[in-house]
Ligand binder design. Structure first.
Ligand code: AMP
Ligand code: GLY
Length: 416
């Protein structure tokens, strides 16, 4: 099989790394890829999706996998399909589950799927009235469009919530993405990242993960794209998983079919568990990053075939290893505030049961440079969370670049 992966992060590296280990995979292309995906396949510098589809046809690409949300929102799947290509990912319309919070919240309401009570509006008076009616002082205000995980404000007073909504509507805080605002009640519980591979009708669940969105230990500091993850989490009991599947994933797939926009791709449910009941915080229509980096080493089956079958509407079951994985993100000095200077990365040794997934890196000859916010992910695998965590941190100690920073408490919720 020849496979094209769209994206340039650690997630795409992790998918590529898994595919590279499979005998059935021949050529592997990344568009655009990063300074380390070159060691797994070939990087393509083709930005226009029509030209990329042309390349895929000319080079007999059997399957295209879309990593990030932006190309999905731009309709890359529609373009590839129109060219008769097999592509794993949702169409532009189906990707609205992620690209528009207002669409997602309305969809949940329509299909009776549990979520925080909310109002989506562009009218500040209507929003202020809704805020006044919320019983708690903690109120969540979100920009409707995509903001790279940063468009959410948790206000601690009604006045702060109103000001946040006003700033979003004026375009001052998030530009066009804030022209519609979603205000919702604050849910107090623990979060899970739930992934289902979907073929339009059927789905298969993957090991349940937990992300760590804050920059610093003890969940302090600013929000980031994610500073580490682990899977499977013991916080997701069998009973809870069944509830998520029956009360969220199944009605979502059915609802999307009813709207004539069947969902094919990865349905990533951001779940908040309150009193053992799962609520949808958000949908993403792709693998999480860094969750993907810890899920890939747990898949026992041939990933290329799984995603090819899903893209063709005939998903099969997936074998999962009886193991655990922990991923620790190593970020650059100024992350998430601004970009850092490009600096060389030294890796002294890769201890057993660990590996690196490279993300924000560039290269020069054989040397790899830290050249982005989240630079790489140290992944450890083990028979339990503790062993996986220890293996991940042993690897972190072998990585060196100027200004590097990482959390020391990844997977703490599973280990306390
Ligand atoms: P989102 O982009 O919607 O996933 O929100 C980003 C983060 O904000 C989530 O991962 C939660 O930690 C937090 N958050 C979002 N909505 C709520 C809510 N209704 N209640 C509590 N926390 C929330
Ligand atoms: N790690 C969360 C995300 O990918 O959105």
């Amino acid at each position: 099989m020849n496979i094209l992966i769209i994206g340039n992060g650690g997630r795409e590296y992790a998918i590529g790394r898994k595919l590279r280990s499979e005998n059935s995979v021949n050529k592997l292309y990344f568009a655009p890829g990063n300074g380390a995906t070159l060691n797994l396949g070939e990087n393509l510098d083709i930005k226009d999706y029509n030209k990329l589809a042309y390349f895929a046809k000319q080079n007999m690409v059997d399957l295209t996998i879309v990593g990030p949300e932006a190309p999905l929102t731009d309709g890359v799947v529609d373009i590839f399909k129109a060219n008769g290509l097999v592509v794993f990912g949702p169409t532009k319309q189906a990707a609205k589950l992620e690209s528009s919070k207002a669409f997602m919240k309305d969809f949940l309401a329509k299909n009776s799927i549990k979520t925080a009570s909310y109002l989506s509006s562009s009218n500040i008076e209507e929003i202020s009235n809704f805020i006044d009616k919320i019983s708690s002082d903690k109120i969540v205000v979100k920009a409707d469009g995509l903001c790279g995980g940063k468009g959410v404000i948790i206000a601690t007073s009604k006045d702060e919530a109103k000001k946040a909504a006003k700033d979003m509507l004026s375009g001052a805080s998030f530009g066009e993405a804030g022209s519609t605002v979603v205000v919702e009640e604050f849910l107090d519980g623990f979060e899970l990242s739930f992934f289902a591979i979907c073929d339009g009708k059927n789905f298969v669940s993957l090991p349940v993960a937990q992300d760590h969105k804050k920059l610093l230990d003890k969940d302090e500091g600013p929000n980031t794209g994610g500073m580490g993850a682990y899977a499977p989490t013991p916080l997701a009991s069998k009973e809870l998983i069944e509830k998520i599947e029956n009360d969220i994933v199944k009605p979502t797939l059915k609802g999307m079919q009813d709207e004539n926009t069947p969902f094919c791709g990865v349905l990533f449910v951001g779940v908040m568990v309150v009193d053992n009941e799962p609520y949808v915080l958000e949908f993403n229509t792709r693998f999480g990053d860094p969750e993907c980096e810890v899920i890939m080493p747990l898949i026992d089956d041939n990933l290329g075939e799984i995603l090819f079958d899903a893209a063709n509407g005939r998903l099969k079951n997936i074998q999962i290893k009886n193991k655990f994985a922990v991923g620790v993100v190593i970020a650059s000095k100024n992350y998430p505030y601004k970009s850092s200077l490009k600096v060389p990365i030294k890796v002294r040794e890769i201890p057993v049961k660990s590996h690196i997934c490279y993300a924000g890196v560039s290269h020069s000859g054989v040397e790899i440079f830290a050249d982005g916010g989240r630079v790489l992910v140290c992944v450890g695998v083990g028979k339990d969370v503790k062993e996986a965590r220890d293996n991940a941190y042993k690897l972190c100690e072998n990585v060196e670049f100027e200004g590097m920073q990482y959390r020391k408490d990844i997977a703490y919720q599973a280990l306390r």
